[in-house]
Structure formats: structure tokens, C-alpha cells
Design a protein around this ligand. Structure first.
Ligand SMILES: [Fe+2]
Length: 247
């Protein structure tokens, strides 16, 4: 059964004004080589816009086409990149959904999960200036990043000699929606002087991220390694334990 944030049920106004859980706040480091190419898809700017007022519900957000049927499943095939980017883009473009609940904490990156189904999870993340993730992949899951407000950068990495090395830096401003493949490695950072807000969607859901070790080598959790090798998923209960919001 899907787990839905109250904001997606049109209950935003009933939410208390409290901060979300802590995220990672790591020291900044140099961006990658901007001249290198990246194999990920960039779907372009979101054209949805959100001129309406009042609470917005999940039915409205997923209306039209097969998006609701694709997303609100307890099991089945993972979503494709087109569906992931559409989902993330719609949520990011619906300001009246995320604006009342997003927080920006200068001491730690803020995030909350908006949606979890059997085939996808969606996170809302608030970035204060300088905040960023560690370099990571997504354990073989597909992903989409949509910028709801402000701008973030991606330092895209690639495998080289048993480690991940920076290859490119991509800037994503408000309205941008980016999809990335199962082998995508990056870190996301807010290098601007103002806050940013992003929406991230992943399919399959709750797949453990992989991080580089302190020496730069890449550690591969057993579940993620098996998934990458065979294309099969670890049982949901196992993946849930290892899931993290440091996206
Ligand atoms: Fe990520």
C-alpha cells in the first residue's frame, strides 16, 4: 500500500511547523571537469506551472494519461525514465504542494519523503547554500531530479580504476527536470547564495545508495551488487533497512 505524505492528500494546512530529519552536511570539494560528456538524459524545463490556489491532492497531481496507474502500484515493473521525470516534474511545478512544507536549515540538509509505492519513491529536499550530498550512485535504480526553486549543480562522476572520478558539472535551475540511468554517479550541491528546493524520484524504491570510501575506492553493498549484476531486486524488507535520503 502506498505511503503518502499528508501534503499529497491535500492536508498541507494541517501540518505543524516542525523541521524534518537531518541530512548529510559534508565539506565542499572541487567540481568535476565540465568538458566531459555525460550519458544521462535531460528532459528540459518543466512546462506545467502552478497558477492554481488551495490544497492539491494526489489525484490532481497524477491526473491524465497512465501516470496514476503507473505510480500507485504495490508491485511490478519499475518505472521508466519518462515516467519518473514526468512525476518529479509535476510535483516540482506544483508550488502550492511543496512550499508549505519545505524547510531550509543552514545547519543540515532537510528532506522528507513525499511518496513511497511498490515501484517508486519521491523525496522533497531543501538545500541551504553550500549543502551537498556525498558522491554516490543509486544502487542500480533509475532516478529523476526536478528543481522546484533556486538552482543546484551536479558533479557527475564516472568509474575509473576502482574509484569514481569527476567528469562534469551540470547546473540545474528552477524548472529543470533531469533523468539519470542506473549507472549514474554524482553528488548534488547548492553552490548559490540562496536556498534551493528539489524533488527526487527513484525506481525501484528503497535501493541502497553506494558511497565512495574515504580513500576514494568504491564499496558495493551486497544487495546493490547483486542487483546490478543480475537486474533483480533484493526483497523490499531488506532494501527498506538500507534506504537513505542522502540523495
Ligand atoms: Fe543522487
Amino acid at each position: 500500500m502506498p505511503l503518502v505524505h499528508p501534503a499529497l492528500l491535500g492536508l498541507t494546512t494541517a501540518l505543524p511547523d516542525v523541521p524534518g530529519p537531518a541530512g548529510l552536511a559534508l565539506p565542499a570539494c572541487a567540481p568535476g571537469d565540465a568538458a566531459a560528456a555525460c550519458g544521462d538524459s535531460v528532459t528540459g524545463d518543466s512546462a506545467t506551472g502552478d497558477s492554481a490556489t488551495g490544497p492539491v491532492g494526489l489525484a490532481q497531481l497524477l491526473a491524465g494519461g497512465s501516470l496514476a496507474a503507473d505510480v500507485l502500484r504495490d508491485e511490478g515493473e519499475s518505472l521508466d525514465l519518462a515516467t519518473l521525470t514526468e512525476l518529479a516534474g509535476r510535483l516540482a511545478a506544483t508550488e502550492r504542494l511543496w512550499r508549505p512544507i519545505v524547510r531550509h536549515d543552514a545547519a543540515k540538509r532537510w528532506y522528507t519523503r513525499l511518496l513511497l509505492t511498490g515501484v517508486v519513491e519521491v523525496w522533497l529536499i531543501g538545500w541551504s547554500p553550500g549543502q551537498h550530498t556525498a558522491v554516490h550512485d543509486h544502487g542500480g535504480a533509475l532516478g529523476a531530479l526536478a528543481v522546484a526553486d533556486g538552482a543546484v549543480e551536479e558533479d557527475v562522476h564516472a568509474p575509473h580504476g576502482g574509484s569514481w572520478e569527476p567528469r562534469a558539472t551540470r547546473r540545474h535551475a528552477q524548472g529543470r527536470v533531469v533523468g539519470f540511468g542506473a549507472d549514474h554517479v554524482h553528488r548534488v550541491i547548492n553552490r548559490t547564495a540562496v536556498v534551493a528546493t528539489t524533488v527526487h524520484a527513484y525506481s525501484p524504491p528503497e535501493v541502497p545508495l553506494r558511497y565512495a570510501n574515504a580513500d576514494g575506492s568504491v564499496a558495493v553493498p551486497a544487495a546493490a551488487a547483486a542487483q546490478l549484476t543480475t537486474g533483480l531486486l533484493a526483497p523490499t524488507a531488506q532494501r527498506r533497512v538500507a534506504a537513505t535520503a542522502a540523495r
